[in-house]
Write a protein that binds this ligand. Sequence first.
Ligand code: ADP
Length: 318
Amino acid sequence: MNDDRPRIFFIGSYMHAFVLRAPRFPRDGETVFGTDSEIGPGGKGSNQAIAAARLGADVDMLACVGADSFGDEARQLWQAEGINPRWIHVDPERASGMAFIMVNEQGQNRIIVNPGANDTLTARHADEAEDAIAQANVLVAQFESPVRVVERALELARRHGARTILNPAPARDVSDSLLSLVDVITPNEAEAQALAGLSEDSFTAEAAARALRERGVEIVVLTLGESGAYVFDDAGGRPVPGIHVPAVDTTGAGDAFTGALAVALARRWSIDQATSFANLGGAFCVTRPGVVPGLGLERELLSLRKPGDRVSPTVGGA
Ligand code: ADP
């Protein structure tokens, strides 16, 4: 480990993704012919950890895959990305996590996720990694891993002074006691609405952010697709505009965003600077097909800036 680099500990879900495209979804009992398919690595935790590793962070990840070819592929990928294998477990009984994603001509999707080996992680696994969590600048979790491991990891991070980021995806019902362990939460609009308990009609970024802060979160960074993000902290709420890019595939934008935000916060940038950097990560991701190929290097992200933009205290104005 290199002492100069930010250290980030991820609770890392892994899902092998099977994407099948067809003109329309099949009805019950029906088979339709698809037009193309892609199979590859996914999972929010894994994507976010890779995003951070590519941006120069030292990355630890607590994850569990099955003893199958998908798990092998995941571990090879993480090794190639320089992610520390120490907290990566292999469960001999369970299949690696999988996601079956049907996409129709309108770009809508229907997804079945089988968490498989991801679901074997317990609070004990987080306890075993306490020393690594204690050395991290930032800890990041999502909701594809069991809530019990997420909650313990957040508790350990708090105890040892690591900043905590929760990407509350996919949306789940959670307690206020879990949310009160979160320094920065990064929901998209649908997740923010669900967690804030708002109806579609009463939803605004500000109303959702206020409700989440009331539930115990310190800073809300709500992602708004191509519009960028909305930040709400003690100083109030403000938009952080997105980057205009030609979008090719928006899958994984939220993961690229949260991974980049974690790196910037681990470097102790302000929340506004960090959110601007995260917008670059999300925007770069949508310019490439697939998720992992859309997780950029720092120079690739910075190349999306418009003249005069400043997105970091150290690199700016170019
Ligand atoms: P999710 O992918 O979780 O649904 P969003 O759609 O809000 O989340 O996207 C996450 C982030 O990715 C946004 O805050 C923004 O920074 C970036 N992003 C997403 N879509 C686009 C787009 N079409 N153009 C530019 N940036 C985008």
